[in-house]
Design a protein around this ligand. Structure first.
Ligand code: PR8
Length: 497
């Protein structure tokens, strides 16, 4: 919004936005600016600046992904941002899906380029012509690479920081295998990494959904996503992992001599995450006072506030004690920071609460005398007095307890926003009143069900997001609540970002 775009970081005391269904949009808009995550004033639509506080968090997520990939033999590489139109156009479904979303480069200085190029909207068509040159035999497989970079999509829907941008900071993996089973297994391993990241470290989840045929990634055999329920009740596709089969291999001629000495096309996968992972983590755990950060995302995990009142101990002694605790924490691998700026303790408390710092430590003159300090949890406000010798262990335990608590709340929010519905009325109620997913008996995920998806939209404002292949199908005799035909799947319906 124009107001948000011109807002500057206001005083932290004024951050007071309810994060309920109605309030969420304003909460999100404001926390982006107040917490200094992005600056939207750059004058190109969909290209906000990721400021250091936000960049640190995004980068933590990217680094975790990279570690996971390295441990699975997926290697980092860097491919060009420009993709010749001809490459982009090889796979017909792919180009159909992306050409309207591309930024096109046609000139270098005053000269027309020999070939018009797209800024990569995703890197399949930059990487796969090269894969074709590198793969000759089954010995060259699997070939697995990732990139941490930005892709560019001319999004026409409303843009929103981290959630829908036109320059998308992300991490993408692209793999080639000798068999379909191997490719599918690689996708399962990637899901393992995404689950460790989202559920274990960031404390949120979603439904792993297979998209309907009309909604899959352009050029894939099938698409699995993690659709995460946001506080407003809409869902956000936070992960996309696609089985490409041999479709791209055929058009880019990625083939290998198999063990029987016959040419065969490679079986391929790709998977990716963006700043949406960060958006979901911030949205799900924040509260009326601001952010509540999972420890992994916190640039400052413990902020130490020296309380400089009374005359029992000198200023110097309190500050020195605070710095001593900071050093102990840093040596224990905890990111600690002493806020010795001239603001009042109260101002500092509000400010760091708004910034989502997991633990606050207070050190006052009495603490110096007693050899203690006070530690306060951001998520519960719980205070405990700690012996100086125990600060590292106590803060470690506090960070773990905070993560366990916000994770439990995050998973509970998810669980309570999936409603199984047996009538249209129940579906309308689930979408419009409860929020999240309505799970409905549905007749098909094939092309013939596209009209039923449109009907769902007319009825409740939501859309069919897909189905969960891991789930049992509806009992025999169950009817689709949209068409009255026999139900073959449980469809997940939601309003989406
Ligand atoms: C692929 N190819 O491209 P995907 N702003 C922020 N995040 C976004 C945006 C956007 N405008 N668009 C998509 N994402 C495959 C896999 C290489 C990697 C996020 O897949 O189109 C979404 O979370 O699904 C999406 O699931 C993810 O990027 C990957 O994009």
């Amino acid at each position: 919004s124009p107001a948000a775009a011109t807002a500057t970081a206001a005083t932290p005391e004024t951050f007071n936005f309810p994060k309920d269904r109605e309030g969420f949009a304003a909460w999100y808009d404001n926390i982006m600016t107040f917490a200094d995550i992005v600056d939207r004033r750059y004058p190109v639509k969909g290209m906000p600046i990721l400021k250091p506080y936000g960049y640190f968090m995004h980068n933590q997520i990217m680094k975790f992904a990279e570690q996971e990939w390295e441990s699975q033999g997926i290697q980092g590489a860097q491919f060009p941002v420009l993709i010749p139109a001809d490459f982009l156009g090889r796979e017909k479904e792919h180009v159909k899906g992306f050409e309207k979303e591309c930024f096109w480069v046609t000139k270098g200085g005053e000269n027309d380029l020999e070939t018009k190029c797209a800024l990569r909207p995703t890197s399949e068509t930059a990487m796969y012509p090269m894969y074709a040159l590198w793969i000759r035999s089954f010995r060259d497989l699997p070939l697995k690479m990732y990139q941490t970079n930005s892709v560019y999509r001319y999004e026409t829907k409303d843009t929103r920081p981290l959630i829908r941008v036109r320059e998308i900071p992300w991490n993408e993996g692209h793999t080639c295998h000798a068999t379909a089973a191997d490719a599918l297994d690689c996708l399962e391993q990637a899901w393992g990494s995404y689950t460790r990241m989202t559920r274990d470290l960031l404390g949120f989840t979603g439904v792993r959904i297979r998209r309907a045929v009309w909604d899959k990634f352009a050029g894939s055999e099938h698409t699995d996503v993690l659709d995460t329920i946001m506080p407003c009740g809409r869902v956000l596709q936070a992960v996309g992992a696609h089985y490409l089969g041999q479709k791209f291999a055929r058009v880019f001629d990625i083939k290998f001599l198999n063990k029987e000495n016959a040419w065969e096309y490679a079986y391929m996968t790709c998977f990716g995450i963006s700043t949406r992972i960060l958006a979901a983590a911030l949205a799900i755990h924040g509260d009326q006072k601001g952010l509540v950060l999972p420890p992994m995302l916190a640039q400052k995990q413990v902020v130490i506030v020296p309380i400089l009142v009374g005359k029992k101990t000198s200023y110097e002694e309190v500050i020195n004690k605070a710095k001593e605790y900071r050093d102990v924490l840093m040596r224990a691998g905890i990111r600690a920071y002493v806020d010795d700026t001239p603001s009042s303790p109260g101002e500092k408390f509000y400010y760091w609460e708004m910034k989502g710092v997991p633990l606050r430590m207070e050190v006052g003159p009495r603490d110096v005398q007693n050899g203690t300090c006070v530690v306060v949890r951001r998520d519960t406000g719980e205070k405990s007095t700690i012996q100086g010798a125990d600060v590292a262990a106590a803060c470690r335990a506090g960070l773990d307890a905070l993560l366990a608590n916000i994770r439990a709340k995050g998973l509970e929010f998810h669980r309570t926003h999936i409603t199984t519905c047996n009538t249209v009325e129940e579906m309308v109620h689930a979408i419009q009143v409860v929020g999240g997913f309505a799970r409905i008996p549905f007749h098909s995920m094939g092309m013939e069900a596209k009209v039923s998806d449109e009907r769902v939209h007319e009825l409740c404002g939501g859309e069919v997001r897909g189905f969960s292949p891991a789930e049992e199908v509806p009992a025999p005799g169950t009817l689709c609540i949209i068409t009255g035909k026999p139900a073959t799947v449980w469809a997940y319906v939601a309003r989406a970002y």
